[in-house]
Design a protein around this ligand. Sequence first.
Ligand SMILES: [Zn+2]
Length: 185
Amino acid sequence: MKEEIEENNQLHRTEIENFEKKLNLINSVLHDVIEGYNKKKLCPTCDTEIIAFLPFGVNPRPNAQCPNCGSLERHRATYIFLKENTSIFKENINLLHIAPEKIFYNIFRNQENINYLTADSNDKPPRVMEKMDIQSIQYPDNTFDFIYCSHVLEHVPDDRKAINELYRVLKPMGKPLFRSLCFVF
Ligand SMILES: [Zn+2]
């Protein structure tokens, strides 16, 4: 009986804690909304002024997701990096995008300067144009000016072979952006 009461108490404590977390999140969003009327935020990936970014995640964190395009912090940071530090939006390039995520697929495919190829180990239409095992890429040496490969290498059985292949099909002056736990340039 005593154990049952303690178990119930623990359940109530957990419920209260979860409720408090939700209240804090609502509070943070409301704060952003109220403040946002005076100071709107700009989402760089969709170039839209918004009042507030929304909470996102299993344990939702505040100020994370754009309500317009769905971008998260990492997408916006990557987009700003690409725009300010690479020629990806300026020069005519062949771009290979492995396992294309929706946010960047929507950005890259609309760029007139980008000859765009998306690939994945599985056919996942509509975003994937070609099936590709990056441990054995079906393209000749020096094909691409830029390769964007995010959160893929940690899932490939032989990541060294994959990196060798990606560099093989990359032109000598080309730029790779491999992202998993860190950036590698
Ligand atoms: Zn956006």
